[in-house]
Each structure stands twice: as C-alpha cells, then as structure tokens.
Design a protein around this ligand. Structure first.
Ligand SMILES: Cc1ncc(C[n+]2csc(CCOP(=O)(O)OP(=O)(O)O)c2C)c(N)n1
Ligand SMILES: CC(=O)[C@@H](O)[C@H](O)COP(=O)(O)O
Ligand SMILES: [Mg+2]
Length: 639
C-alpha cells in the first residue's frame, strides 16, 4: 500500500526540489516528512526513533548542501529514512527492508545520494575524510563532505581513529555529532558524561555562541582571517573558558551545542559552516523518537518496534493460546543469570547490545558482573581477555557480524593465550530484514581456523543452555557458541543443565543410504525432511553435529562407513564452513561419498525474512528435501 505524502513532500522528488522551496516552508516539510515516516514504519516496520530524531537535520542538510555533489555520509544508516524519502525513494519506501525492496540502510548501488554503504557503526568520519582528501587531490575544492554520527557511534575506536587523522589535515570535512544521549539502550561511558557536561555548561555555551557569532563570520574572509580567527579563538578559550574541548584538542573547530530540531537555526548555522574550511564539528542536540510521544519516552523500545498502531501506540504482537518457544536471546539472558548464580567467576560483556542480546537481564540482576561497554567490539573482546587472565569466565556476547570488527583481538588477545573466554555469537546466520551488513555468515569459517577455538552451535534452546554450561567449566579455553536471531522450538526450555563432551554430535535418527549432517537450528528443517521422507518409507539418517570444531570424528567415521550420500547443512558461508570441515575430514581419511553442501553461497545475499533467505539459498526444509531426493533418486531419474 502506498502511503500518501503531504502536499509539499509530494512535490519533492529529489533534493533539488527541496531547494526550490522557501526557508519558511521547511517547517511544514519537516512535519510532513516526520508523518510520512510514522505512517510507513507503523505499517511496514523498521527502525523508527533514530530517523524521527534527525528529520530537521536531514531537511537542513539537503537544503543547504548541494547533494549529491556534496557528499553526505550517514553513520550506521538506521536514521536515514528521511534521507531516502527526500532522495527519490519516497514512492518505493513501503518496500523498505522487504525481500526485493529498498535496503534499510544507505547503499551505493541504490542511489547516488547514498555515498557510502553502512549498517555497522562508526565508519562515517573515516569514509567522509577519504572522500574529502580525494576531492582535494582532484582539485574539487568547492566540494563539501559531511559525516553525521551519533553519540553512540562516537564511542567506537574507529571514530576516534578518524578524528585523530582528520584533525591534522585541512580536509573540507564537517562532522555533525547527532547527540541524543542514546545508543539503542542508554549510551554509556565517560564520553557520554563529557558530552552531557558540555551540553549543560551554560557559561561555556554562551561564550561559545558569542565566539561563534564573531569568528564564524570573520572566517568567511579567507585563510588569513581564518588563521587570525583561530588564534583569537584559542586565546579567548584559554583565558576565558578555562575549559578544554576534546574536539578542539583534536584540532577540529567545534561549534554548538545547538538545538537539532530548530530548522531555521540549523539552516543558518549550516549555511555559515559551509564557508569555513578545514575539519569542523557541529554538536547538535536531538531527541530520539522526536514527534512521537511514546517513542520519545521509551527510546529503547521504539528503536525498532515492529509494526504498531500509530494512534494508540500499541505494538502489534501475534497472540497465541499456547506457550510459544522463547527467543534464543532470552534463553541466553536467563541462563546467564542461572549460571552466574552457581558460579561466581562468570561475568557478562556486551558492546552496546544489552537489550538486543538480552544481557540486560543479568545487568539488572547482577549489575557488578555484567557490562555494556559501548559500541566497542574490539575492547569488549580484549576486556574479556583481561578478565579471563584473572581467573574469571567472561561470556562475551557479540552479534556474529559485529564480531568481524574484533577478529584480531579474538586471535591475538584470546586464542594465542588460550584464555577462557566464551564468545556467544548472536544473530548468527541470516539476520533477516537488516540485510547483508548484518547477516552473520562468516563466523564458522572465521572461528574454525583459529587454534584453540571451540566452534559450536545448538539445535534448540536446551542445547544452547547445555553448551553455555559446558563452556563455563574450568579450562575450556576460547569457546564460541553461535545461535540465530529469534525464536527457537521449545516452549518448555528450562531444561536441567547438562555438560556436553566437547566435540561430540548427536544422533537424531539413523537411516540408510543418505545422511543429513546439520549444525545449529537448521537441524530442525532436517527433522521435517526426515518426517516427510519417512511417509514414503524412505528412512535417512540425521545427525546434529553441534561442533564444527572439534568435529566428532568418531561419529563421522561411523557415518562415512555407513552412508555414501551425505548432505551438510549450515546457516553460514559454504567457503570454510562446517560442510568444508566435513569434506576435509572425508579427504583426510580417504572416504569416498557423494557430498552436497548446503549453506550460504559465495555471494552477497540481500535482505528479506530469514525463511525467504534460507529458501533462496536452498536450505529451508523444501530445499534440503529437494537436495536429498536428488541424491537419493538421481540414479532412477537418469535411468
Ligand atoms: C559495529 C556496530 N556495533 C553495533 C551496532 C548496533 N547498533 C546500531 S545503531 C546503534 C546505536 C547507535 O547509537 P547512535 O549512534 O547514538 O545513534 P542513535 O540510534 O542514537 O540515533 C547500535 C549499537 C552496529 N550497527 N554496528
Ligand atoms: C542498526 C543496527 O545495527 C541495529 O539496530 C540492528 O538493526 C539491531 O538488530 P536486531 O533487531 O537484530 O537487534
Ligand atoms: Mg544516539
């Protein structure tokens, strides 16, 4: 269903149309844009609060800057819905995050206005700086480069690496700090406190405004005036403000904080900043969820609420009469508390995803033993390593895709020292609507090649609990457990904790001729396939291998001795994954079987529901059954 835009918004097919409007009309554009986002997300779902919070900023940026010639880079990109709508994608916006539809994040191949593909946080300053330096090199000196980064994204090391570099360049770079005091959960750390301090210091702000008014204008008159202005400014700062500014210490010109919802002020400030060369940072204060009262009030819940009634604010949930399986995340969260109650060495760590991964359950129950360290995956891993050196057992929960950031830390800081760190790799396999930036495709492959690392995945909730319990035993070394986003299969999931022998699989059923070897929850598809074939009196074997490393070699010997047709299934990349490990075993032991590997091919798989993507890659139950039938009956059909 196409949502009808407001009168002005309907005339905007690109930012050039926006720039034809008078400044007086922008307030109405903002209202219509905000309403259009609310109307769409309430029906189709997606990220919500972040885009509402930058409506004015989005309109002002496209109004003042000459996009796409001027280059605008959104950090993470979950706040870029307004940008998408103003840049030619309004009439397609109802397909946002749907299979075959628009991506939920800026994407270069989707639009020339999407200057950089995003999804993971804290890349915007580096990317915009690269663009700015390229413009200088190409003598495109009039070109502007703007990175919009949130206070949460600014907590990542990468953002600081970029500031550190940018400060000593004369690149034409404007960083807009979109400070709403929130990450997905409340933002954490000393930087957040610092931003609050500058925001609330009135004397400082008044002086800053005065300086800005004088110097912002002077600087228009060329590089000499700019240099003089800088000197005067530093002098005033040193003598009057007696307060250092982090960004200015890094050689950025700092402006703000300003009200990021005052469209007229934003427009005039951005207009002036355009004329100031070199690296500069504008600190904007915004409210996540602005304009939708419930979203302003409970910003975590409304980060990505799903579909909802835009009038009452009721978030739609499917109601069931019978108990439903829990999300793997909640099983993780509750099991953490249970394990930690029994074992005082257990600690929990998450880089900025406490509600997403459900470590918030432990953070509430045991605040001194569970840490949100901010968007800082690398730090989360090495911090966990530090805890482990002291005999503690950290469970470091990181989404599979975000763990890619911390690969060196996993190897250098954990594996080489054989430390007891448990990596709970959430969102393993296809993430779904977030798409390729968020799919957890690679972790089996990237963990499997690391010495000392155990690589495991549960087929259901009870197995997740048992693997967590197993990983918490003494001297396990680095231990990874991967599981997907969403619900499992066991409504009665609070099963007694049992230790699993590392590197052992489970026989789900024995059969003849063909065996399906699965790892993780895709094993449940195989169960369906076995049942379907059994209706035709075809009994195949099914083995839930549980570990991609170490492999259950004893079980594999039995399988290869008995079956000559093998299907491996994983919700992970085929290159280097679980199926590859089985092939290596077969080659190393001189077995000869027909092996068909199912999993994620060597291609970028876009967004869609998890089931749609499993189907696309041929490892939903229908795809597995098709493969099994082809192997079983191919001789017959060829004949
Ligand atoms: C590397 C990485 N880690 C974690 C995330 C998950 N994540 C997406 S948005 C977000 C919060 C970002 O906060 P902020 O930058 O302040 O933006 P806001 O949502 O407040 O607008 C987080 C943690 C991510 N996208 N990338
Ligand atoms: C933009 C981003 O990275 C997060 O908001 C992500 O979309 C969260 O994913 P989950 O909904 O799976 O926690
Ligand atoms: Mg924020």
């Amino acid at each position: 269903m196409l949502i009808k835009p407001g009168k002005l918004l309907a005339t905007i097919h690109s930012p050039a149309d926006l720039r034809k409007l008078s400044q007086e009309q922008l307030l109405a554009v903002c209202q219509e844009l905000r309403q259009f986002i609310i109307d769409n997300v309430s029906i189709y779902g997606g990220h919500f609060g972040a885009s509402l919070g930058v409506v004015e900023l989005t309109v002002a940026l496209h109004y003042i800057f000459n996009t796409p010639y001027d280059q605008l880079v959104w950090d993470v990109g979950h706040q870029a819905y307004g940008h998408k709508i103003l840049t030619g994608r309004r009439d397609n916006f109802h397909t946002n995050r749907k299979y075959g539809g628009l991506s939920g994040f800026p994407k270069r191949k989707e639009s020339e206005y999407d200057t950089f593909g995003v999804g993971h946080s804290s890349t915007s300053i580096s990317a915009a700086l690269g663009m700015a330096v390229a413009s200088q090199y190409k003598n495109e000196l009039d070109r502007q480069h703007i990175a919009v980064i949130g206070d949460g994204a600014l907590t990542a090391g990468m953002a600081f690496e970029a500031l550190n570099h940018a400060g000593v360049t004369n690149a034409n770079l404007l960083v807009i700090l979109n400070d709403n005091c929130m990450s997905i959960d409340p933002n954490v750390g000393a930087l957040k406190e610092y931003l609050t301090d500058i925001t609330t210091s009135r004397t400082y702000n008044k002086l800053r405004d005065d300086i800005w008014n004088i110097l912002g204008k002077i600087s228009k008159f060329g590089p000499n005036a700019q240099a003089i202005a800088s000197k005067v400014e530093s002098g005033i700062k040193a003598t009057l403000l007696k307060q250092s500014n982090l960004f200015e210490s890094l050689k950025f010109r700092y402006f703000g904080p300003i009200d990021g919802h005052d469209i007229n002020h934003l427009v005039s400030v951005l207009h002036d900043l355009k004329d100031i060369p070199g690296p500069k940072l504008l600190h904007c204060l915004t409210v996540k969820g602005k304009g939708f009262a419930l979203a302003e009030k409970d910003q975590t819940k409304w980060h990505a609420p799903g579909t909802f009634d835009k009038i009452t604010g009721e978030i739609y949930k499917v109601h069931h009469d019978t108990p439903q399986p829990p999300k793997y995340q909640d099983v993780f969260g509750h099991t953490m508390v249970e394990l930690a109650q029994q074992n005082s060495k257990i600690m929990g760590v998450t880089p900025a995803m406490p509600s997403g991964c459900s470590l918030n359950i432990m953070m509430a129950a045991m605040p001194d033993r569970a840490f949100d360290v901010g968007i800082a995956e690398q730090h989360a891993v090495t911090f966990s390593a530090g805890l482990a050196t002291q005999g503690l057992i950290p469970f470091c929960n990181i989404y599979s895709t975000f763990m890619q950031r911390a690969y060196d830390q996993v190897i250098h800081d954990v594996a080489l020292q054989n430390l007891n760190v448990v990596f709970c790799l959430d969102r393993a396999g296809f993430a779904g609507a977030d798409g390729p930036t968020h799919h957890g495709c690679y972790d089996i492959a990237y963990m499997r090649c690391i010495p000392n690392m155990v690589v495991s995945s549960p087929m259901n909730e009870s197995e997740l609990r048992n693997l967590m319990f197993t990983a918490s035993q003494p001297d396990m070394g680095p231990f990874s457990i991967r599981y997907p986003r969403g619900e499992g299969v066991m409504p009665e999931w609070r099963t007694p904790l049992k230790k699993i022998a590392v590197g052992t699989g489970r026989v789900i059923q024995e059969g003849e001729e063909l065996a399906i070897l699965t790892i993780g929850p895709v094993g449940n598809y195989a169960v369906e396939v076995c049942l379907n074939l059994q209706k035709e009196n075809v009994k195949i074997g099914h083995f839930d291998m549980r570990f991609a490393k170490p492999l259950d070699e004893k079980l594999l010997h039995q399988i290869f001795q008995k079956y000559d047709k093998i299907v491996t299934v994983e919700d992970g990349c085929l290159q280097g994954g679980f199926g590859s490990a089985v092939l290596e075993f077969m080659a190393d032991h001189n077995y000869h079987a027909q092996v068909k590997r199912l999993g994620i091919p060597d291609a970028i798989i876009e967004h869609g529901s998890q089931l749609e993507l499993h189907r696309e890659c041929g490892f939903d139950s229908t795809g597995i059954e098709r493969t099994a039938r082809n192997l079983l009956f191919q001789a017959v059909s060829v004949a």
